[in-house]
Design a protein around this ligand. Structure first.
Ligand SMILES: [Zn+2]
Length: 84
């Protein structure tokens, strides 16, 4: 089966199975057992699926933000921003 370019099956940070929850317009909310709830825009999902570099960036961001209480929606801007 070909991977759907508009979703993610595994967490980019820890590799656990992700549960796709909700679709908010162009974005999807995922739940990782380790990194809890986070959102990705459709563009960000396509970038992550198409390029391991972006997968690594979002993985680091998820690790950095895992204790933030509020659910975050990451966009293509987050993938292109330098990691602080
Ligand atoms: Zn995770």
């Amino acid at each position: 089966m070909q991977e759907n370019n508009q979703t993610l099956s595994h967490c980019p940070a820890c590799g656990e199975n992700l549960e796709a929850q909700l679709i908010h317009g162009d974005s999807r909310i995922f739940v990782c057992p380790t990194h809890r709830r986070f959102g990705l825009s459709g563009t960000a999902i396509a970038m992550i699926n198409g390029n391991d570099h972006y997968r690594e960036i979002i993985g680091r961001r998820l690790d950095r933000d895992r204790n933030i209480e509020q659910e975050r929606v990451y966009t293509s801007d987050d993938l292109n921003a330098p990691i602080s």
